[in-house]
Ligand binder design. Structure first.
Ligand code: SAH
Length: 396
């Protein structure tokens, strides 16, 4: 094979640190190829090649890219890697739920070594990955532990996408991969990661551009190929961004409603002061792509004596008239220091019956991974405990 002329010229950025292309968008891959001097006319073809290897095959080394010439692979390796952010800790719950603590790539982040958590929830015929969109969160919802975390920054699209790559690596979900020996992962005829929910740390719609770009990569049919119907973005209700989310991504929408009166919702989800319930529901009525076949999920955390009365259940049903909705009742997951308690089973049952009798599916979300603190709103606590333990162990 003829060596293309550009490969003979010295790399202009030979001394820069290696950058990972795992989790890169198509535009970032094209830019990387231009950076190493690939001729304009090859960019499209080369991008498609890299894309296939990175996202369809899941390779973590350029040397595995069999149809890419050795010379070209060498050129890529001078400048780039396919390294993933490191899994600092993995915990496997007795119910098969897994939680990973992920140290973000220090060469990409403004901060050094920021960490996020990512949770995998297996079921018989599917597996759901709960990803984070920010380190920490600015919303300070009263019942959520993440809101008390100090450091807050947006994740890059790459940092969102690599959560999925890491999970698929670990779960043997790429061609040739093997399921882990421990815990439970759906069998080989099912994808280990079939669904992705943006219900980890952060408010995805306050990181709109990166979430949108990440969704584009996750749902790309030549790569990770996750169906958009199986990707759900959960928001506390950033009203001005809802339409963009539907129009630009086609993702499924979940709304953290949690209260049916503004006065209470102002206290539970302070973002409500900016975007009150009526405005939020109006934006849901016009959410692009919502239909009876593609319903919006309304999340409602069950807080004892706060929002769990039969009257509130009836009001919920009334409010959601005209919205293609399903309702997801979430038992509150307590965390150390919280003033809230979870409603008791009978109260949740009565609430659920009212919603169900009004014609809504109203599943009560089964708490998963409670023994490893992997449940909603708890992702932060364990990280901090691990940190404290590590500091103690180091004698700090
Ligand atoms: N910021 C986004 C996504 C993150 S939280 C949002 O607000 O939707 C994902 C879901 O978990 C939200 O519905 C949130 O309100 C809920 N949640 C947070 N803390 C919780 C807790 N301690 N118990 C139960 N659900 C909680």
């Amino acid at each position: 094979m003829n060596t293309p002329a550009f490969l003979d010229s010295p790399s202009p950025v030979a001394d820069a640190p290696l950058r990972s292309l795992a989790g890169a968008t198509r535009a970032e891959l094209a830019a990387a190829l231009i950076e190493i001097g690939a001729p304009e006319r090859e960019i499209r073809m080369r991008t498609a090649q890299l894309w296939h290897w990175i996202y369809h095959q899941g390779v973590a080394s350029f040397d595995d890219m069999l149809n890419v010439s050795k010379v070209f692979r060498g050129r890529l390796k001078e400048r780039f890697t396919l390294a993933r952010p490191q899994i600092v800790a993995e915990q496997v719950s007795s119910d098969g739920t897994r939680k990973w603590l992920i140290r973000l790539d220090p060469t990409h982040a403004k901060d050094r070594g920021a960490e996020v958590e990512c949770v995998y929830i297996p079921e018989e015929d599917r597996g759901t990955l709960c990803v984070s969109s920010q380190v920490g969160c600015t919303l300070t919802c009263a019942f959520c532990h993440t809101g008390t975390q100090k450091l807050v920054r947006n994740l890059t699209a790459q940092e969102i996408i690599t959560q999925v790559l890491i999970a698929r690596d670990r779960l043997g979900d790429f061609p040739g991969g093997a399921r882990p020996a421990d815990g439970f992962v759906p069998g080989g005829e099912y994808r280990a990661v079939s669904n992705v929910v943006f219900m980890g740390m952060g408010e995805p719609l306050y990181n709109f551009d990166n979430v949108r770009d990440a969704l584009g990569v996750l749902s790309d049919g030549d790569g990770l190929s996750l169906s958009k119907r199986r990707i759900t973005v959960s928001t506390a209700g950033v009203v001005p961004r809802l339409n963009d989310l539907g129009a630009e991504t086609g993702a499924m929408l979940a709304i953290s409603l949690h209260a049916v009166r503004d006065e209470l919702r102002d206290r539970l989800v302070p973002l409500n002061k900016k975007y009150p319930i009526a405005e939020l529901l109006q934006a849901c009525r016009t959410y692009p792509g919502a239909s009876n076949a593609r319903r919006i999920t309304f999340e409602y955390v069950m807080l004892k004596g706060i929002n769990d009365s039969p009257a509130e259940a009836r009001e919920l049903v009334r409010l959601l008239k005209g919205v293609p909705a399903k309702i997801n009742l979430i038992p509150f997951n307590p965390w150390p220091g919280t003033v809230f308690e979870c409603s008791d089973d009978a109260t949740i049952g009565a609430f659920s019956d009212i919603v169900f009798n009004a014609g809504y599916a109203s599943p009560v979300r089964t708490p998963r991974g409670r023994d490893i603190l992997a449940a909603c709103g708890q992702l932060k606590s364990e990280t901090e405990k691990l940190r404290a333990r590590a500091l103690l162990a180091a004698g700090a």
